[in-house]
Design a protein around this ligand. Structure first.
Ligand code: HEM
Length: 355
């Protein structure tokens, strides 16, 4: 009898331990994951396109095996999509009779052409498997997540259900929403605060510069005519070799310590005055952000946690959901301008009118 009582109490304590364990993890996830906006969901394509995430990841593994640099291009593409008019795939659209596209605005001229091709190739693979149910903006968000993970960064869930926009932003709106690399930390903090990002989000998001490259023209204002005194002298001299004049055409890496690895070395660069852009380096000069940089430089896990929070926030900026927007059949053309789609619709209408 006593032994039966003992095994019952041990079973009960085991169950309560399990409960505590589960609620602890549930609690921490809820705490560290920003709220998701109405219309997006963690399981949006679970029944309509169950293989979506594995198709994207497997294909990107192949792409990055050939050229790891493409990861940075995809991460930046998602940022430029979300900051201008929200994550609606508008940056992917080609220009039209109504005027030049977002793509043609100055900050977007240095987006990699290959990144646009990779997104539409992923779209084609996904639509082949599931039909036209997944948006280009969701594919861009997943590609950015995989770019981070496959270069050594954190893995995280992406809320899905975005729809593609029917129009692109004007050149002025694009310029107004993407701060230039010459911006001070105060300018960036003020600009990003309008999108609800705090100082920690700003520093974490800038950590994306741990991978990728930049053209000389994005930072030579710090070398010519006068050298920026906040830049390390040897670093400046090396940059002058890569970019002998203000308008040199070359490129260089944004994180000299580990340019192809998503890690916290970008913050170590900043602490050594080896940040490439004023917008990076000034985050270490500014008293509001300096401490955050040091904390990320000494604690990569903390950086990864904060980066994921900021990326999930960024990925939900002004999203279109429900019945707004559309699911594009080609990421660079809205459906009403897609001649192949229009002819299919016309054929269907003719058949219907004959019934
Ligand atoms: C907030 C202020 C930011 C400024 C001023 C800025 C500016 C720039 C500039 C000027 C370049 C180089 C472009 C070139 O000349 O080729 C660049 C590259 C890049 N940026 Fe940012 N950026 C910012 C934030 C972000 C954010 C939030 C992300 C992503 C979450 C990001 C991801 C990247 C990546 C991955 C690259 C390398 C792209 C490649 O290799 O093709 N940036 N950024």
């Amino acid at each position: 009898m006593a032994s039966r009582f003992n095994s019952l109490t041990s079973l009960l304590s085991l169950i309560s331990c399990l409960f505590l364990f589960l609620s602890y993890f549930h609690g921490t996830k809820a705490q560290s994951t920003p709220p998701i906006v109405k219309g997006l969901s963690w399981s949006f394509y679970d029944s309509s396109c169950p293989k979506l995430e594995s198709i994207v990841r497997k294909q990107l593994q192949k792409v990055f095996k050939d050229d790891i640099g493409q990861a940075a291009g995809l991460l930046r593409l998602h940022f430029h999509d979300c900051f201008v008019q929200g994550c609606d795939g508008s940056v992917l659209l080609d220009g039209s009779a109504s005027g030049p596209s977002e793509k043609q605005a100055i900050p977007n001229l240095t987006l990699r052409l290959e990144a646009f091709k990779i997104i539409d190739d992923l779209r084609r693979r996904v639509h082949k498997d599931c039909g036209r149910v997944v948006s280009c903006s969701d594919i861009t968000a997943l590609a950015a997540r995989d770019a981070v993970y496959l270069t050594g960064g954190p893995d995280y869930d992406v809320p899905l259900g975005r729809r593609d926009g029917l129009s692109f932003a004007t050149q002025n709106a694009t310029l107004a929403n993407l701060v230039p690399p010459s911006a001070s930390a105060n300018t960036i903090l003020t600009s990003l605060a309008t999108k609800n990002f705090d100082a920690t989000d700003v520093v974490a998001l800038s950590g994306a510069h741990t991978i990728g490259i930049s053209h000389c023209t994005s930072f030579t204002d710090r070398l010519y005519p006068n050298q920026d005194p906040t830049m390390d002298k040897t670093f400046a001299n090396n940059l002058k070799n890569v970019c002998p004049t203000k308008d040199s055409n070359s490129t260089t890496v944004t994180d000299i310590r580990s340019p192809n690895k998503f890690d916290n070395k970008y913050y170590v660069d900043l602490m050594n005055r080896q940040g490439l852009f004023t917008s990076d380096q000034d985050l270490y000069t500014n008293s509001r952000t300096r401490g955050i940089i040091t904390s990320f430089a000494v604690n990569e896990t903390l950086f990864f946690e904060r980066f994921v929070i900021a990326m999930i926030k960024m990925g939900q900026l002004n999203v279109l959901t429900g019945t707004t927007g559309e699911i594009r059949a080609n990421c660079s053309v809205r459906n009403s301008d897609n001649s192949f789609l229009s002819s299919v619709v016309e054929e269907e209408l003719t058949v219907l009118s004959q019934l």
